[in-house]
Design a protein around this ligand. Sequence first.
Ligand code: MN
Length: 737
Amino acid sequence: MEQLVDNDTERKEILKRYRNLLKAYKSPLSKGDKRLIRLAFNMALEAHREMRRKSGEPYIYHPIAVAQITAEEIGLGTTSIVAALLHDVVEDTDITLEDIERTFGKKISSIIDGLTKISGVFDQNSTSLQAENFRKMLLTLSDDVRVILIKLADRLHNMRTLESMSREKQLKIASETNYLYAPLAHRLGLYVIKTELEDLALKYTEPEIYKTIARKLEQTRKDRTKFINEFSEPIKESLGKNGFRFEIKGRPKSIYSIWNKMKKQDVPFEEIYDLFAIRIIIDTAEEKEKSDCWKVYSIVTDFYHPNPDRLRDWISIPKANGYESLHTTVMGPGGKWVEVQIRSKRMDEIAEKGYAAHWKYKDTANAGNENALDEWLHKIREMLENPDANALDFIDDFKLNLFAEEIFVFTPKGEIKTLPVNSTCLDFAFEIHSALGTRCIGAKVNHKLVPLSYKLQSGDQIEIITSAKQNPREEWLGFIVTAKAKSKIKAALKEEKRKTAEEGKNIIEKLFRQHKISFNKGNINEILSCYRIPSSMDLFYRIAIGAIDLKNLEDFNTSGGQIKIKVQKKDEHASLEQLVKEIRGTSGSLVIGDNLNKINYQLSECCTPIAGDDVFGFITDNEGILIHRVNCPKAIQLMSNFSFRIVKAKWTSQKEIIFLAGIRITGLDNMGVVNNITKIISSELKVNIRSINIESNDGMFEGTIMLFVHDTEHLNKLIRKLTALKGILTVSRIDNN
Ligand code: MN
């Protein structure tokens, strides 16, 4: 080993790489900075002296490369370069944090501490541990964003050198990259790094697809270049005449994004028309960039017609991650739509390297709420600090928000707020303040009254209406979008339940006093086991809402301050968990119409399931099990939010049960048609009608018929018969009441 490291060519190579790193630094290095970097390099070199990477190369190549990415591709300064060089020493060598603090000071040692804590984060196999660690990682993000930036550089270099890893490791590392690191890079505005991470992840997870697309991109490059030149020619000339200093690039889309488009639109490579975007970067003073970008827009559209629906102005209102640019899609030569991105050099730098590069680090204090990144970090901190948030829920909620497209809306005073697309009035209320969210009963959007769940559009102005009587509700979780609102509502619901449970506790205490029973753990446990309830909090809650009635303790022997179960309660009082276990345990699913297991169920009124429908059971708190159709809109919400309450359900083959179902009929209003309808239903098919309601209008009629059928087969037969009638236009089952 010793000899290998001291090998002359290798030492030369190490020094060469080190000098390259120094060159990557943009502004000239001060003497002090140079000394610090040299010190860090020497320490890392010495510490990793006997270590090698999987590829067989000296280990020091890795920290040098990470430092290089940190400087060159993210644009960070000396502190980060030093931390990057030392990022693996505390974890992998004998050097301690104290050693680092002694030589480099508190700041650098705290960054390395953060890096050490989150490294190995994903070595655990348990998902919840990963989630907890991801949360930790984001916490450090709000301490010092450089920790995350260096971590991203570390991950990027590991992805670039993934070749030498085992297949199993490649897959694991690549999917984590896709799951967490790429979204994080995206959210921080590090577009170039995000794109490379995604492409590399695809290369290892779907090597065949990656290779095919890369090959096709290469094959079509010549044609593309020709097209781009032809397209740019008149614009270049005009920009020159107008005295602009500029650069025009034709940038191919990433392999990953092309693959995503192919999947989404279900088309082959050949049919993806926007394989590239044209980017015009102008060199102009900061105070003139906005008007200059619009001048360029005007020049571009002198030659090509813009699509008015595709104009995106992120100069007047930058994205939350700091992205600024003016996008338009114009009709190019040969009838092809071409996306044109117009921006200044400064904007381009932010777009490529992220806001972080412009993030000013002050040793003294936080810069305050000066910019969007700051605001974002503030939001993350708020979410993380919520002690009730479950780590796995958190990570899912959070990830949704990482990828979401944004809309911007206004407060009544005209203040602008950015929200993820599909946000509702309630999200907006929580965005302003959680106290506003929890009391929200509705809103006025553009002066019109709308419900809480109303989906906002860019440009909406929202006034929240509150009531002191309002409390957060479980169903809110079904339409809320932002992670912040979600975690606040969940915490509030939990708190609400705790308060209600308090009332239940008072009821028991009073009851115990009447019967001279001491309120202690043993006696409470006796009740818990009688009703098969897992925790005293659950018991108190159920008593408070009336789901359990202790009936003056008549099921218990009470003497000497103690209670003992007289009769073990039957299934009807079994707890939720017990119920689920029983159903899942015996047959694996609930059999509807089977009287053998006496489980209390009802058909849900919102989607009126009938035998033969795809259904599932939802275990409610008070009404037993509700049967929903799988395609019920409510079901999707239930399944995603309360999967633990869902049980499989299927129908028995018995035919004697009947179900209520509804059909909607439209047709031409001529005499006799209604007569024919009822004739078919009641006499021919012998179906009982419960109600029939037909309205005519301008020679057309529309009707709703509620009737009793045995199963889907029965209903479909009826629908087919009715459709065949003369004068009938449509017959459809009513999916939702
Ligand atoms: Mn590393």
